[in-house]
Design a protein around this ligand. Structure first.
Ligand code: ADP
Length: 269
């Protein structure tokens, strides 16, 4: 984690130096402001779960003998949950660092989108408890020249958000299809949707809306990572509100040359 932080700081410093060299002092000042904001946000995101872990473990050690079994289990569960949150956060930071430094490793193989979606749904099973899901896959959808692991991570992020930001009992739909332009994957929900004007900013690092409710814990990195991965794979990702009813829709597109029939034709010709 420290390394990731150092990397982020080093990148900021590099930019700072570069900007100064170019005599663009305003850019340098802005970079410096961003760096401070980034460090403040990182420190906050680290301190909150650490404080919970410290509180719970201290209670257990000092007063554990006074508690009954259920209370001890509660404290242990808090420690576990907060440690998992930290682990996720560190994973996110590392992914973000890889994206920023252009060091994402892509293993391109023919990817069956049906399998990727099934794996992502399996991985989000516990988050999806309390929601309904629907899958609409085009029959005979061509394979995509892509990286199944990265794609799965993108879908997991989108599905987790769809579960996190929408009321229990609502429907989350995943659909996949293709046309002459390429392949289209969508995750649709029935929550409040994306605030008008925030369709682009939701993809920025550490941008969070409606996140004052602390139960909706997050890092504000999920969508930035989704965009980083999708773009590294040659696609685009956009966010919006559903036109027909309340809800958010995230749309991923991959251009036709990445569809497998196109690749086979190219190889034949
Ligand atoms: P995080 O979930 O950690 O806050 P993300 O980058 O995944 O970070 O999302 C950024 C912000 O976009 C969220 O804080 C939330 O306000 C908004 N958002 C993401 N997904 C949805 C969704 N399905 N419906 C409504 N708002 C969403």
């Amino acid at each position: 984690l420290l390394e990731a932080l150092m990397d982020q700081a080093a990148i900021a410093v590099e930019r700072f130096d570069l900007a100064e060299e170019m005599g663009q002092t305003r850019l340098a000042a802005e970079t410096e402001r961003l760096r401070s904001a980034l460090l403040a946000s990182l420190s906050h995101d680290l301190k909150t779960p650490l404080a919970s872990i410290l509180g719970a473990s201290t209670s257990l050690r000092q007063f554990g003998h006074l508690f009954d079994r259920a209370d001890r289990d509660d404290l242990a569960a808090t420690i576990e949950e907060e440690a998992r949150r930290l682990t996720r956060f560190v994973g996110n930071l590392l992914d973000m660092t890889r994206i920023d430094s252009g060091a994402i490793v892509i293993e391109r193989t023919p990817v069956d989108m049906g399998e990727v979606i099934a794996t992502a749904l399996q991985a989000t099973k516990s988050v999806l408890e309390g929601h309904r899901t629907a899958l609409a896959m085009e029959e005979g959808l061509p394979f995509l020249a892509s990286d199944a692991v990265l794609l799965e991570q993108v879908l997991v992020n989108l599905i987790e958000n769809a579960a996190k930001y929408t009321p229990a009992g609502t429907l989350i739909t995943i659909d996949a299809g293709h046309d002459a332009a390429g392949m289209v994957l969508r995750v649709l929900d029935e929550g409040p949707g994306i605030p008008a004007g925030a369709e682009e900013t939701v993809f920025e690092k550490f941008q969070r809306f409606r996140a004052r409710d602390h139960r909706l814990a997050g890092t504000g990195l999920g969508l930035a990572i989704c965009r980083g991965f999708v773009e590294a794979l040659g696609g685009t990702i956009t966010a919006g509100s559903r036109p027909d009813r309340p809800g958010a829709v995230f749309t991923i597109r991959f251009p036709a040359p990445l569809l497998l029939p196109a690749i086979l034709e190219q190889a034949a010709g």
